[in-house]
Write a protein that binds this ligand. Structure first.
Ligand code: PLP
Length: 398
C-alpha cells in the first residue's frame, strides 16, 4: 500500500498568525504587534515555586487529572472570584494549556457530521481541531453586532446536527466582552436546546470594566458546560503549558481519557508554579490590566484619530480595526504595511473568513513600541490617502 497520511491532518494548516511572525526575520526593524501573549515575564514568585519544585525532585508524572492540591487551588480561585464551584476530585482536569483542554473536549464530544457553532471572527485554534474530528464549524457572524454574539442569530443557526456552541469571552481577536444582558439572552437560548456549551474564558482576568461574568455562573446550563481556562494570559505563563477543564463529572471522566492518552499529565513543575499563581498571586492580573488599559486607550485614541473604524475593546489585549477603506485583502494590507512601514499586524482573515476586512493589533507591547508603531501606521495611511484614493474599492470585500 502506498504511504499516505491522514487526509484531515494533511488538509490542516498552521495558524495564519505564524505566517506573518515567520516573515518578521526579514524585517529586523519592524515593530511586532502580532503577538498573542503578555509582554511581561512570569512573576518571580511563580518562577521560584517551579524552581523549588524541581530542586525537591517534583519532576515525575502526576495523576492524569493533575495534582489534587492544584485542582483544589483552581476550585478555590474560581469560587472566590465568581462564586461557582467545581469538585476538585471529579470535575477538574489540569491540561497542557487551554489548548490541551480544548482538544480533549472536542475529541470527547464531536463526531463526523456534527455541527458546532462559533461566534466569529474568532481565534483559529478551534476550527483546526474541529475539522480533525470530522465535525463542521458553523460561524455566527458578529461583525454587525459589535463582535457580540446575538442570541436570536444563534438560535437561527441551530439545526438537528448542532452538537455544541463555542464561546470565547473576552474575545481573541476582537477584545469584545459579552454584556450581562446578552449573556442572559444567550443562556435562555442554550437552555431551550440540547447542546453542549464550550466556554473558553482564558482572558477572564483581562476584563477592563467591571468583573468578568462566566457561563459557569448560570446553574441552568452547568450540566452541559465545558469551561476552558488557564494561566497563560492572566499570569504571563504561555510557555509553561498549563490549563484547566471544568465540567460535570459525567463528562469530565471521558475528557480525562482523551487527555490521559495524549499527554498523561501536565508538566509537574508547572503545576507547582500554578498552585503559587492561584493561591498567592491574585493581584498580578490587576497589575497587568493597569498597563493594558493605558495601552488600549493609547492605541484606540490613535486609530480613531487616523480615521480607522475601531470598537473600543473591553478585555484581552487586542484591537480589531476595519481596513476596508484600503481596497485590499487583510493579508495584502498587512504585508504592504510590513514592507512599507515596518509594522506587523495579523490579517483579520486569520480569524475565519468573517475576519476579512480587519486587522488584529496586539497591544501587549511597551508604550514606546506602540507609539512608534502608531506613528508609522499614521504616516503610511496619510501617504496612501494622498496618493491612492482614486482606486475604486473592490466591492467583493465589503
Ligand atoms: C482564545 C484563546 N484560547 C486559547 C488559547 C491558547 O491558550 P494556551 O496557551 O493556554 O493553550 C489562546 C492563545 O492565544 C487564545 O487566544
Amino acid at each position: 500500500m502506498a504511504l499516505s497520511l491522514n487526509s484531515r491532518m494533511q488538509a490542516a494548516e498552521l495558524s495564519g498568525i505564524r505566517k506573518i511572525s515567520n516573515l518578521l526575520d526579514h524585517y529586523p526593524n519592524a515593530i511586532n504587534l502580532t503577538v498573542g501573549q503578555p509582554d511581561f515575564p512570569t512573576p518571580t514568585k511563580i518562577k521560584e515555586a517551579a524552581i523549588h519544585a524541581i530542586h525537591s525532585n517534583h519532576t515525575s508524572y502526576t495523576t492524569n487529572a493533575g495534582l489534587l492540591e492544584l485542582r483544589q487551588a483552581a476550585s478555590d480561585f474560581f469560587a472566590n472570584q465568581y462564586g461557582f464551584t467545581y469538585n476538585p476530585q471529579t470535575e477538574i482536569i489540569v491540561t497542557a494549556g487551554a489548548s490541551g483542554a480544548m482538544d480533549a473536549t472536542f475529541r470527547t464530544i464531536l463526531e463526523e457530521g456534527d455541527e458546532i457553532i462559533i461566534p466569529s471572527p474568532i481565534y483559529t485554534g478551534y476550527d483546526a481541531l474541529i475539522k480533525l474530528t470530522g465535525a463542521t464549524a458553523i460561524h455566527l457572524d458578529t461583525t454587525k453586532t459589535n463582535f457580540i454574539p446575538d442570541p436570536q442569530k444563534l438560535e437561527a443557526l441551530i439545526t438537528p446536527k448542532t452538537k455544541a456552541v463555542v464561546f470565547n469571552n473576552p474575545s481573541n481577536p476582537t477584545g469584545a466582552v459579552i454584556p450581562n444582558e446578552t449573556m442572559d439572552g444567550l443562556v435562555k437560548v442554550l437552555t431551550k436546546h440540547e447542546l453542549f456549551i464550550i466556554s473558553d474564558e482564558i482572558y477572564s482576568e483581562n476584563t477592563f470594566e467591571g468583573t468578568h461574568r462566566s457561563f459557569a455562573q448560570y446553574p441552568e446550563i452547568r450540566d452541559k458546560l465545558f469551561l476552558i481556562h488557564g494561566l497563560s494570559k492572566s499570569h504571563a505563563m504561555t510557555g509553561w503549558r498549563l490549563g484547566f477543564l471544568f465540567a460535570a463529572e459525567k463528562w469530565a471522566k471521558h475528557v480525562l481519557k482523551a487527555h490521559a492518552h495524549n499527554t498523561l499529565c501536565a508538566n509537574q513543575p508547572a503545576q507547582h508554579a500554578a498552585i503559587c499563581a492561584l493561591n498567592d498571586c491574585t493581584e498580578i492580573p490587576k497589575e497587568m490590566n493597569e498597563q493594558y488599559i493605558r495601552r488600549r486607550n493609547l492605541v484606540y485614541h490613535r486609530l480613531t484619530e487616523m480615521g480607522l473604524p475601531t470598537i473600543k475593546p473591553g478585555g484581552a489585549f487586542y484591537m480589531f480595526p476595519s481596513i476596508l477603506e484600503f481596497n485590499m485583502t487583510s493579508e495584502q494590507f498587512v504585508l504592504t504595511v510590513l514592507q512599507e512601514a515596518d509594522v506587523a499586524f495579523v490579517p483579520g482573515s486569520a480569524f475565519t473568513p468573517l475576519g476579512e476586512g480587519y486587522i488584529r493589533i496586539s497591544y501587549a507591547a511597551s508604550d514606546d513600541q506602540l507609539e512608534i508603531a502608531m506613528n508609522r501606521l499614521e504616516k503610511w495611511i496619510k501617504n496612501w490617502r494622498e496618493n491612492e484614493r482614486h482606486i475604486v474599492p473592490d466591492s467583493s470585500l465589503i
